[in-house]
Design a protein around this ligand. Structure first.
Ligand code: SAM
Length: 235
């Protein structure tokens, strides 16, 4: 059984929801059944998944289902991914305190909050202006001061804050967008679902000596990454 999160994350990030006992049983159950039993044992990631209040990131009608083993709708064509996928992507990204991380596809802001809890300075970019605004407001209200939400096309990355030690793409691309590889730091990790519009594999890409090498992780189903370096807008 996990102990409740300590007073600060490994990176010293103060977490306002630490005293939030809401859904504690559901959070413990999520950690045990959905993450540990599937082989996810990264303690820092498990602590973050326990500490970040997922129920604050879902629509009011889904609060009771916030810790269920499934993605939930957050907009007309957008979802907050299943907890296991958020945890698996966070573990693959091997975040260290002080890392500069880029997330493409802010959505609710939940994945960005997990990265911030792990100690990263997070730039997260969202193409839907309403979602970007809501996530910015939510993250500020919950005290995630290490996250900056940008409205734009993340298939071009975000050159202004590059290079990144970690890049997570939480929408599905037909191929790895070249700007993301360019903006990845030496020694950096890029986690991205690549495939067709309905089925993808999560890829973990490392950059060493200016070269990249990829490893396939889990099969996944993400909503499409729509942008200049990804899928065209559907008409
Ligand atoms: N990570 C999010 C969370 O924790 O709630 C969930 C992301 S949702 C699965 C995918 C998001 O990617 C959607 O909000 C969608 O609008 C966004 N998206 C799609 N194409 C994009 C692009 N080119 N740039 C930025 N965001 C994009």
């Amino acid at each position: 059984m996990m102990e409740p999160a300590a007073a600060a994350s490994a990176g010293g990030f103060p977490h306002p929801a630490m005293h939030d006992a809401d859904f504690e049983a559901e959070r413990r159950d999520m950690i045990e059944r959905q993450l540990r039993r599937r082989g996810l044992h990264d303690k820092k990631v498990l602590d973050a998944m326990f500490a970040v209040p997922r129920h604050e990131f879902v629509l009011p009608e889904y609060v009771g289902a916030a810790y269920d083993d499934r993605p939930l709708p957050i907009g007309p064509a957008e979802t907050i991914p299943q907890p296991y996928i958020v945890a698996a992507m966070s573990a693959a990204a091997q975040i260290e305190p002080g890392d500069c991380a880029l997330e493409v596809g802010t959505g609710s802001g939940y994945q960005a909050a997990i990265l911030a809890y792990l100690g990263a300075r997070v730039y997260t970019i969202e193409r839907n202006p309403e979602l970007a605004g809501q996530a910015r407001e939510r993250l500020a209200r919950l005290g995630y001061t290490a996250v900056e939400v940008i409205h734009g096309d993340g298939s071009n990355g975000y050159a202004a804050a590059a290079p990144y030690q970690a890049i997570l793409v939480t929408a599905a691309a037909p191929a790895v967008p070249p700007p993301l590889l360019e903006q990845l730091d030496e020694g950096g990790r890029l986690v991205i679902p690549v495939g067709d519009r309905y089925h993808q594999f999560l890829q973990l890409i490392f950059k060493h000596g200016g070269r990249t090498a990829a490893r396939l992780l889990d099969p996944v189903q993400f909503v499409p990454l729509v942008g200049q370096q990804a899928w065209p807008e559907q008409t």
